[in-house]
Design a protein around this ligand. Structure first.
Ligand code: SF4
Length: 392
């Protein structure tokens, strides 16, 4: 990750900023180094510095109730402080030559990225696919492909390089291979002695977010998968013996990963799967059909689906990972990736029989997270699940 961050400042390549589930492969095929502001937002959350910066953005008129990646990132820029400086020795946010966003995940990224396009006076392109799709039709894919292709002249102008389809195909191939390895990594925890927890996954997912389309990401997951498969073969889980298996739905609470991980493991409970880590599995990528396949993969992501499609995906994951209970994180500032607001937990329980718990919190802003209350709720939930198992 250090090498990756430093590559953004080496100055021998143009830099594009991109949303985390945006068209990174197309940008990389033009030779851009790609920076992902959401990854920076997660860094600000995990280092618990976000709350120092959010007030700066609020002063500029951003509500404290909108995406705390956005407010923390803008605030960090305004305050000229960041883990990119203190941990990686960078000069701050890497200067963009182009900014690209995709509203497949949320509308918020448009405002967030526009702020920086104005600050850096650089070109900005937006992909605005159909939202909350059920089954994705070819018409919808055609629309997204058209928008992807509209990026070509902008990228050509910024880089001075002609679009080369063979380079695009090669980047999609590398991305596909890394993402399929990541999928296998996550699936190792279908083993009853799961070798990888959701909390481990939030760290190991770094390269699939920021380095997909590179050999580095592929090599990383090849090695990780080999280690985890070895653990499965030797029956070594991250817990000696888990009594209960949990699915995490929603955003991580970045500043409380350690605390939550210890809480679950301390109660003999393994959090073995999540929608969040699975969001970077793009199994539709196909280098032989790069436009359609990338448009489809980025439009069919979990966050962009109808409730019906989401429930089906969740029910399938519950079966695959032998889930006993699901924890919904109702994130205060990310409405888009919180699925507990309109009764889905209840409807899902009716269909799957898997009990659920809703905890309130936030991805970065810990003022919305009550540690004491959450511990009580989680421990009570685990006790109930164990009793249910004992009583058959
Ligand atoms: S999906 Fe949520 S956390 Fe991510 S950028 Fe959008 S509002 Fe922020």
């Amino acid at each position: 990750m250090g090498d990756y961050f430093h590559s953004l400042e080496r100055g021998n390549r143009k830099v594009a900023w991109c949303t985390s589930v945006g068209p990174a492969e197309l940008l990389r095929s033009f030779g851009f180094e790609v920076f992902f502001p959401e990854n920076h937002g997660a860094l600000l959350g995990a280092t618990r510095t976000a709350m120092d910066y959010i007030p700066e953005a609020i002063q500029r008129g951003y509500s404290g109730h909108v995406c705390s990646y956005t407010t923390a990132d803008i605030g960090s820029y305004l305050k000229k402080e960041s883990p990119l400086k203190s941990h990686y020795g960078m000069s701050g946010h890497p200067k963009p030559d182009l900014i690209a966003y995709n509203t497949n995940q949320c509308r918020e990224v448009q405002d967030w990225f526009q702020f920086f396009a104005d600050e850096f006076e650089c070109p900005i392109v937006g992909i605005t696919p159909p939202r909350h799709v059920d089954e994705v039709s070819q018409d919808e894919i055609d629309l997204v492909v058209k928008q992807f292709k509209n990026m070509i002249p902008v990228c050509e102008k910024v880089t001075g390089k002609k679009f080369d389809e063979s380079e695009f195909k090669e980047t999609v191939r590398l991305s596909k291979e890394a993402t399929l390895l990541w999928q296998k990594v996550l699936k190792t925890s279908t083993a009853m002695n799961a070798p990888l927890s959701f909390f481990d996954g939030t760290i190991h997912m770094g390269p699939i977010v920021v380095l997909r389309g590179t050999q580095v990401a592929k090599d990383y997951y090849t090695q990780l998968l080999a280690e985890l498969e070895e653990n499965v073969k030797s029956n070594i889980g991250f817990l000696p013996e888990a009594r209960t298996r949990i699915f995490w739905e929603g955003m991580p609470i970045w500043g409380k990963l350690r605390m939550l991980s210890d809480l679950f493991t301390g109660n003999g409970t393994a959090v073995v799967a999540s929608t969040y880590c699975s969001s970077w599995v793009f199994d539709k990528f196909d280098e032989n059909d790069p436009w359609n396949s990338t448009a489809r993969a980025y439009t069919e992501i979990f966050i962009n689906r109808s409730e019906k499609a989401k429930m089906k995906m969740l029910a399938d994951w519950f079966k695959e990972f032998s889930i006993d209970g699901v924890v919904f994180h109702d994130s205060k500032t990310c409405f888009n990736n919180s699925n507990a607001k309109f009764g889905m937990p209840q409807r899902l329980q009716q269909i799957t029989g898997v009990p659920s718990l809703v905890i309130e919190g936030d991805l970065c802003d810990l003022r919305f997270f009550s540690e004491g209350q959450s511990i009580t709720k989680i421990e009570t939930f685990i006790e109930q699940l164990e009793e249910m198992k004992i009583n058959g």
